[in-house]
Design a binder for this molecule. Structure first.
Ligand code: NAP
Length: 268
């Protein structure tokens, strides 16, 4: 069976593609950049059917930065149904409940198009402090993480654990047919994160800003205004305790506990 991986050059898609390939599963890497197997662009619906031809399962990464991706994803799911796709793993977010407008509604519609499905709802990624992400850049430039999360805590998750869950959903014995809230093992405040990222040669601090200031910073970083407001609002939700919990779902689905933020940071 061939698995179509959308966003195959991205954080979770690249990890999923690697995990599947390591297990000799046939993978079709989709995206717009070099190094993918098939050209796929959410803004070009003509690319949907060719990407889906002969595919049995799909890792569905929604268009990034779009507040309501439903109008573009439902036609894709229609094409997937036509192509005979058996399973879909949709990457959602712990902050987006099933049935809420946009991606939450897409989650509840999966069952209308494919027999096997799950919505992965991870909390914030541990990788947000690495590479080209905004936090990583401000750590390098100013030795600081800037957020409106206050003292709120997040059980950051290793994206490899998200990929491991997606793999089980797509090629495991049975698809879960539900949403899966995925967390790491321990909630951490952004002060905790700053402390964990501090090295002998580089101190890191957490600078607290208001939600409005956070949105302004995100816009200045090139994020579309509506999406910047959404992300900054999520910081406020974190400050109020929305992410302060853990679930046992990674272990339930993969058979092993999620990796800690500290372990991820050491290995990255
Ligand atoms: N970061 C977090 O803390 C967090 C927490 C919970 C949920 N999430 C969810 O995770 C999603 C991001 O997943 P990720 O981190 O795995 O991806 P990512 O690293 O942000 O990469 C995004 C991928 O999407 C592809 N892409 C961008 N625009 C596209 C388009 N128009 N058509 C087709 N492909 C396109 C890109 O590939 P090409 O450039 O090759 O096309 C890229 O591979 C977010 O949207 C968010 O909803 C993130």
């Amino acid at each position: 069976m061939t698995v179509l991986v959308l966003g195959a050059r991205g954080t979770t898609g690249s990890r999923l593609a690697r995990q599947l390939t390591d297990r000799h599963v046939d993978v079709r890497r989709a995206g717009r950049s070099a190094g993918t197997d098939v050209y796929f662009d959410w803004s070009e619906p003509d690319t949907f059917a060719p990407s889906l031809h002969g595919v049995g399962a799909v890792y569905l990464l929604a268009p990034v930065g779009v507040v309501d991706p439903e109008p573009v994803i439902l036609p894709f799911l229609g094409a997937a149904e036509k192509a005979g796709v058996e399973r879909v793993a949709l990457l959602g977010s712990s902050a987006i409940p099933m049935g809420s407008p946009g991606l939450g509604t897409v989650g509840t519609r999966l069952r209308d198009f494919v027999p096997g499905w799950a919505v992965l709802r991870p909390t914030w990624f541990a990788s947000n402090f690495t590479g080209d992400h905004l936090h990583a850049r401000t750590i390098r430039s100013h030795g600081e993480i800037v957020s409106a999360t206050g003292d709120g805590r997040v059980p950051f998750i290793d994206p490899d654990d998200i990929a491991a869950v997606a793999r089980r959903v797509l090629v495991g014995p049975a698809a879960p047919q539900r949403d899966l809230i995925l967390t790491g093992p321990e909630p951490l405040s952004f002060d905790d994160v700053a402390a964990q990222l501090t090295r002998p040669d580089r101190a890191v601090r957490h600078r607290r800003v208001t939600e409005a200031e956070m949105s302004r910073r995100l816009r200045e970083d090139g994020i579309p205004p509506a999406f910047a407001d959404l992300l900054a609002g999520m910081d406020t939700a974190i400050a109020r305790g929305a992410e302060d919990r853990t679930t046992g779902t990674v272990e339930e689905i993969t058979g092993r506990p999620p990796r800690s933020f500290a372990r991820f940071s050491i290995d990255s």
